[in-house]
Write a protein that binds this ligand. Structure first.
Ligand code: TXA
Ligand code: MG
Length: 316
């Protein structure tokens, strides 16, 4: 049976969702980036169910979502740089990885047994209402089967995971459309683990130049698998024309069969990206070709997702 869908702006739906989460249930919630699959961060049985529902490898830690800075301080050490970044960008598409406090209400499974926890205060009103009603941190990976395309509507969630969930809150299409930017604040420096919905230059205005994960002198993010966000069809990037059997995802003046943003607006392109990949994939092409996207601002996150979607597949 597929999970019930309730409007995310209904107080009754939020109360029902909070009650389900307290019982160890799984609830899909809208955020401004993508839909998240929420569970009580402190309930190991619920978190185990969450990993199983997504088919997610257990070495890939989850983000603990908080209502704001006060709740974050119950989970992690809070250096001045965390305060500066959170004050500037929360609630919003920024995740901070910080040292975990011994008494944090986050089970070891949720952060894959690491000494650190990733935390984010989401900007969507329904996510904020749910966190306030629940009164504690909620872990929430993107609400899709592991390795696939992230969901930006309640229908995407229902298509991918409907049978595994207790409730889906429908808050409409996500406005940002790509996942949060993940920054580690460990060992006294700031490292970019995942480009995302908050542009790097806005962060660097506060932190100075970021170290980049994967470079020899920086910590890696355990979840950054080469193949991810992948549709069923194979992908070809930096294409200007479609070849036989291909559909072309356009950008700016390269019209394509579907255009991420005819005016070349990167925010519009990010918001449409995952829905466009799903729509093209549903037409069953041999290959999805994608027009070049400038690698600046939100283009960095878009290109990161496209490169992973095009990478050789690691999953069955
Ligand atoms: O926008 C988002 O971040 C969405 C919405 C639902 O909030 N969530 C999301 O979660 O994208 P997920 O699980 O798909 O991605 C979490 C990322 C992974 O790359 C994971 O490896 C990294 O955060 N991460 C989590 N905890 C970490 C830790 N302690 N150290 C390093 N990386 C961590
Ligand atoms: Mg994900």
């Amino acid at each position: 049976m597929t999970a019930p869908v309730l409007p995310a702006d209904s107080p009754e739906a939020i109360a029902r969702a909070a009650a389900l989460l307290r019982e160890g249930g799984l609830v899909a919630m809208p955020t401004e980036t993508v839909y998240g699959l929420a569970a009580d961060a402190g309930n190991a049985a619920a978190v185990a169910r969450l990993y199983a529902a997504k088919g997610r490898p257990r070495f890939n830690p989850l983000i603990a979502h908080v209502s704001g800075i006060a709740m974050a301080k119950r989970l992690v050490e809070w250096p001045a740089l965390a305060d500066a970044l959170a004050s500037a960008f929360w609630p919003g598409p920024l995740t901070l990885v910080l040292p975990k406090l011994a008494d944090a209400p986050v089970c070891d499974l949720a952060n894959a047994g690491l000494d650190s926890v990733a935390i984010r205060a989401p900007g969507h009103a329904a996510a904020q209402a749910l966190l306030t009603a629940f009164g504690g941190p909620l872990v929430a990976p993107s609400a899709n089967p592991s390795g696939g395309v992230s969901p930006t509507t309640a229908a995407h969630v229902s298509d991918g995971l409907g049978e595994m969930l207790d409730l889906i809150l429908d808050g409409g299409p996500c406005t940002v459309g790509v996942e949060s930017t993940v920054i580690a604040l460990l060992d006294g420096r700031a490292t970019l683990l995942r480009p995302g919905g908050l542009e790097r230059d806005r962060i660097e205005a506060i932190t100075g130049p970021l170290a980049i994960a994967g470079h020899s002198d920086a910590p890696a993010s355990p979840g950054m698998l080469a193949s991810h966000y992948a549709p069923g069809a194979a992908m070809r990037l930096n294409a200007t024309v479609a070849q036989a059997g291909e559909l072309l995802l356009g950008f700016g003046p390269i019209a394509g069969d579907l255009n991420l943003s005819p005016t070349g607006d990167l925010a519009e392109a990010a918001a449409r990206l995952f829905a466009a990949l799903r729509e093209m994939d549903a037409a069953g092409p041999k290959l999805i070709a994608v027009a070049p996207i400038p690698d600046e601002g939100l283009g960095e996150a878009i290109n990161d997702r496209l490169q992973r979607a095009a990478a050789p597949r690691e999953m069955p």
